[in-house]
Design a binder for this molecule. Structure first.
Ligand SMILES: Cc1ncc(COP(=O)(O)O)c(C=O)c1O
Length: 429
């Protein structure tokens, strides 16, 4: 009986009970590259980008999509999106460096960091990327270095949303962005210092599957833009709505309807921009998760099957060192038995990793076929905040990454070795 068929949409495929990803057998990938292994589909990244870009461009001519590199900063992923024509949103000098190294020109890079050091500001100025300032103090220190050609302010629109408290980045309790009064002060100071070109920015949170929070926040952001325009005579080259577009993780969750999203967001945008006389700014978004999440699976092998009087455990070789989202956010990731897709789901397991902490579980109470040692599990939707948030905790080398496309594969990040655990360390005398 085929039980898992309902969740198998491109690039996932069931070929005679074996999971294929973008045309490549996951079982063969695990044999060739070992596990845990992140497998990234080039086709899916490209189609995610094209779907989003065309949905937005359908409703407004001047659209830019900046990829939020924090979600997955593998250089091959960055390169694919660079070739697609995306810009890049960076939150650290390291991400700026990665973007420049991958071929993004500075004019295609936005920096949206928080708690930024002076030497980091200097690096950003030298790199000639556009900065979204996150505080008056940051602006002050930036203006001491230079009056940038173009400057943007990250505004807190007082409306946040997201799949978990940790991921809500606007509203009362967040450290991010400037409240409206301070945003006005920031634009005034930048203008006094000689800045001539401006943008305005927000990012309200991550993993949002409804359109409403975006509309409320964008409405507020454009209200702030109007005040800045009226009081200071500033025109905006771009309005950046941030990222946060959610993806379904559970089989029963519905994807964000992009047609509706684009239609509603851009009709609000166009009507307010016209009403407030804001000209024709670019409309920008900064998705991370939306572009890469479902373009990747994490393959992990079963080491142990263990029964206690209370629970059945499947012990795999990926723990929260490899994928932290379930432990950190309580996130759900769908799991398939990659080498026995056609087997009936007849057991309920906790899928746990090798880390010495009880919080180390990829899934709890999960229906799966009867699992045996040596089976291969595929953790779906692992492309966003997966490898990027992995660590060497418990002195475990980080996983390898493979890029796949139309039945072909290439290693894009080597598996770390034991030597990597001591790299950079020095023995004290
Ligand atoms: C400033 C900024 N932009 C964009 C994103 C991307 O968010 P998401 O991956 O939910 O699209 C983030 C992530 O938190 C962010 O901090």
């Amino acid at each position: 009986m085929v039980k898992n068929v309902q969740v198998l949409s491109e690039p996932l495929e069931n070929r005679k009970g074996t999971l294929y990803f973008d045309g490549v057998s996951t079982v063969e990938l695990a044999e060739t590259y070992d596990t845990p292994l992140y497998v990234v589909s080039e086709n899916r990244i490209r189609s995610n980008y094209q779907r989003l870009y065309s949905a937005l461009a359908h409703n407004y001519e001047k659209v830019k999509v900046y990829y939020a590199a924090k979600a997955n900063s593998n250089m091959s992923v960055l390169k694919i999106l660079e070739k697609e024509g995306a810009g890049l949103d960076a939150v650290s000098p390291g991400e700026v460096f990665m973007a420049l190294t991958t071929g993004f020109t500075p004019d295609r890079i936005l920096f949206t960091g928080t708690s930024v050091r002076n030497d980091e500001l200097k690096f950003l100025v030298d790199s000639k990327v556009t900065v979204n300032v996150d505080s008056l103090s940051q602006l002050d220190r930036l203006l001491k270095l230079t009056a940038p050609k173009i400057l943007s302010v990250r505004v807190n629109p007082e409306i946040g949303a997201g799949h978990h408290d940790h991921c809500i980045t606007a509203g009362k309790n967040t450290k991010f962005g400037l409240w409206e009064d301070d945003a006005l002060k920031a634009y005034a100071a930048a203008k006094r210092a000689g800045v001539e070109r401006f943008g305005i920015h927000m990012h309200v949170g991550s993993g949002i599957l409804e359109v409403e929070p975006f509309l409320l926040a964008l409405d507020k952001l454009l209200g702030t833009a109007e005040k800045v325009h009226d009081k200071l005579g500033i025109n905006f080259e771009f309005v950046d709505m941030g990222g946060g577009l959610g993806v379904p993780y559970k089989p029963e969750e519905k994807p964000l309807d992009l047609t509706v999203f684009s239609e509603k967001v851009l009709s609000l945008f166009k009507s307010k921009v016209a009403e407030y006389g804001l000209g024709e700014p670019f409309f920008c978004v900064e998705p991370g998760r939306y572009l890469v999440s479902d373009a990747c699976v994490l393959l992990t092998a079963v080491n142990t099957v263990k029964m206690t009087p209370y629970r059945k455990f499947v012990g795999v070789d990926a723990g929260f060192n490899t994928l932290v989202r379930p432990t950190m956010y309580g996130s759900y990731h769908h799991i398939l038995a990659a080498n026995r897709l056609n087997a009936k789901e007849q057991e309920t397991y906790d899928v746990v990793g090798p880390i010495c902490e009880s919080g180390d579980a990829l899934a709890k109470d999960r229906r799966l076929p009867k699992i045996e040692e040596g089976d291969l599990l595929a953790v779906l939707n692992a492309g966003a905040y997966g490898f990027a948030m992995s660590s060497q905790y418990n002195a475990r080398p980080r996983a390898a990454e493979v890029l796949v496309r139309n039945g072909k594969c290439v290693l894009v990040r080597e598996r770390e070795q034991l030597d990597d655990l001591v790299a950079g360390q020095r023995m004290a005398e």
